[in-house]
Design a protein around this ligand. Sequence first.
Ligand SMILES: Cc1cc2nc3c(=O)[nH]c(=O)nc-3n(C[C@H](O)[C@H](O)[C@H](O)COP(=O)(O)O)c2cc1C
Length: 352
Amino acid sequence: MSRDLAEPWLLRDVEIPTRLVLAPMAGVSVQAFRRQGKRFGAGLVCSEMVSCAGLHHGNEKTLGYLRLSSEEKPLAVQIFGSDPSVMAEAARMVEAAGADIVDINFGCPVRKVTKTGAGATLLEDPDRACRIVAAVAGAVDVPVSVKMRRGVENGSRTCLEVGPRLVTAGASALTLHPRSAKQMYTGFADHALTAELVELVDVPVIASGDVVSRAVAQRLLDETGCAAVMVGRAAQGNPWKLREIIEADPAEPTRDEVVAELLLFMRETARELGEHRAHGFLKKFYGWYLGQGRFHRQLKQEVVVLPTLAAVEERILREAPGAAALLEELEAEHALGDDTLLELPISAYGGG
Ligand SMILES: Cc1cc2nc3c(=O)[nH]c(=O)nc-3n(C[C@H](O)[C@H](O)[C@H](O)COP(=O)(O)O)c2cc1C
């Protein structure tokens, strides 16, 4: 029987309202991104990976600290590290801050992370990986999930050996991005492995990698038996992609809608990271929002060199004056609420 993308499912005892999950992406999944993902149909959103190492010594690469709010719920917070007791301590903080799920990163392929024994490299040290999951699951009441790659080497099937062991150790769900760490983002995600993993474990499996359309999402649900699909890059600067996947009959955004969403995103990000950091952070988003054939090419080049966020706002509003009224409506409807700031640093590294 075909599963409905818009139906709820359970991750242990946490009800997730749709089968669409917004991917954790370092340098992207700030609170504004997660809040937006929720509005556009993601049933579950996930913070980018936060470093447990930051618990004990300062991390200069830090972009800021994790900010959570009740409007993001259900929310998964992803942690990475290599020491079981430090990971357990971080998990307790994450739970106390209000996360509904603690997610563990065994997927990050970036050298700065793997050389510390964290991320995808843990797939090659399954005993330690299991100790981490057991320590984290033993430390919190909320469910613990793990996100992993297929393995480190190209063609690896390690996820099929390690996955079931992680479940035995206490994982209540597994997300598989079936590329190897070596592959980074090249080639394609081999979801035949996702189907195999689904057969091997009795917890929900979330399929990540190359979900770019409703057709792909539905095919993955039907052919792999996964509980949900995760969308990452396709949602960058394009929350309408989530709506397209979740609703059968999506409408293309108007230019005013695109600009209103970008401005809301900019304002929320400035509040989250501070004006100075947000200014640099947001540059890649201008291309994502204003590209895709929506605006003339020079616009992005023009805005990335403007000195302040106010100047960027003013410039792009000139291209879509109707966005001002839409922005006001959005801000009134989605007022920012209660936030908890967590003493865990957001990593500035690439993710997994
Ligand atoms: C810029 C970027 C940052 C990422 N950061 C993380 C991360 O912090 N944690 C993680 O588990 N995966 C991370 N990923 C991997 C994504 O969550 C996802 O598994 C991958 O991009 C494949 O999905 P996609 O094809 O829908 O993008 C990142 C991916 C990208 C492109």
